[in-house]
Design a protein around this ligand. Structure first.
Ligand code: SAM
Length: 287
């Protein structure tokens, strides 16, 4: 700790509707010595709509490392800074992590001014379990990598939240159907808080069909919220995965025994599955 008085405020800004900017956020932006902004032009427009004039310093994913030293120097001199991104909460699929970490390591106070976040807004209207969820951010843009990521997420029982570019929505929904199953419940939240807000609920197959039928304009921004796997399905997925690995190395009888011990799955079920498991060329084992 340095004992400096510099404070970094992490300030959420609206995701579309200026009315969502709270009084504390406005007061903080008005009071700080400078604002580190992902896009100074865009934040400049926000400030002018708020009637504010505050020095802006650009801080985006390509210059964040280089900006650390001068920003930390301002904090060390006792200055106050606000960090904002283009929309929503900084660091949530947005720059700022390196600055927050460096400020903490240098002993400065880092204080949140919470507000809009598209993931949370979408989750709040999805009608899916919210007691536990995982935020997956953006999926890989290449299909093979995207499918591989979705395969690993298939047994996940918590509600899943994805950001997606609207022009990739149709292909991502098709991959979700392939990897997670057509029947999974999901919500597509597009243009939240804006004039053309659209929230669609349905199975993944229904959402994919809606996107394919042009019911979802290829405009704006969207979040996908997808129900987690049923617990039973997740356990079966895990048991099958372990069985496939073990059966590739051991005779069926041993593979069934070991997989049952590892996963707790019933040996009878494993015995039925082992017939199709890779590496098994002896047929079903007898107990
Ligand atoms: N930091 C932001 C937040 O707190 O939500 C997210 C920034 S990330 C670069 C941008 C993505 O957020 C978009 O591609 C979209 O997936 C989602 N998003 C942002 N605004 C949105 C809105 N009004 N409606 C739906 N999704 C939105």
């Amino acid at each position: 700790m340095t004992g400096s008085t510099g404070v970094l405020f992490v300030v959420a800004t609206p995701i579309g509707n200026l009315g969502d900017l709270g009084t504390r956020a406005r007061d903080t932006l008005a009071a700080v010595d400078a604002i580190a902004a992902e896009d100074t032009r865009r934040t400049g427009q926000l400030l002018s709509r708020l009637g504010l004039s505050v020095p802006l310093i650009s801080l985006h994913e390509h210059n964040e490392t280089a900006r650390l030293r001068p920003l930390l120097a301002r904090l060390a001199a006792g200055g106050s800074l606000a960090l904002v991104s283009d929309a929503g909460t900084p660091l949530i699929s947005d720059p700022g992590y390196l600055l927050v970490r460096a400020a903490l390591q240098a002993g400065h106070r880092v204080s949140p001014i919470p507000g809009a976040c598209a993931a949370i807004a979408a989750l709040s209207v999805a009608g899916l379990p919210t007691d536990r969820f995982i935020f997956e951010g953006f999926l890989p843009t290449r299909q093979a990598a995207r499918r591989a990521r979705l395969e690993t997420l298939a047994p996940e029982t918590r509600t899943l939240v994805f950001y997606e570019a609207i022009h990739r929505l149709a292909e991502t929904l098709a991959d979700l159907v392939t990897c997670l199953g057509a029947a999974r419940e999901a919500t597509l939240a597009r243009e939240l808080t804006k004039l053309h807000e659209q929230v669609l609920h349905g199975s993944l197959a229904e959402l994919a069909a809606a996107a394919g039928a042009g019911e979802v304009p290829v405009r704006g921004e969207c979040v996908l919220v997808v129900a987690g796997a049923a617990a039973v399905a997740a356990e079966e997925h895990e048991a099958r995965r372990v069985l496939a690995l073990v059966a590739a190395q051991l005779p069926p009888r041993e593979a069934v025994r070991l997989t049952a011990a590892i996963t707790g799955a019933r040996p009878n079920r494993l015995r039925r599955w082992v017939q199709g498991a890779p590496g098994d060329d002896r047929g079903t084992d007898e107990e």
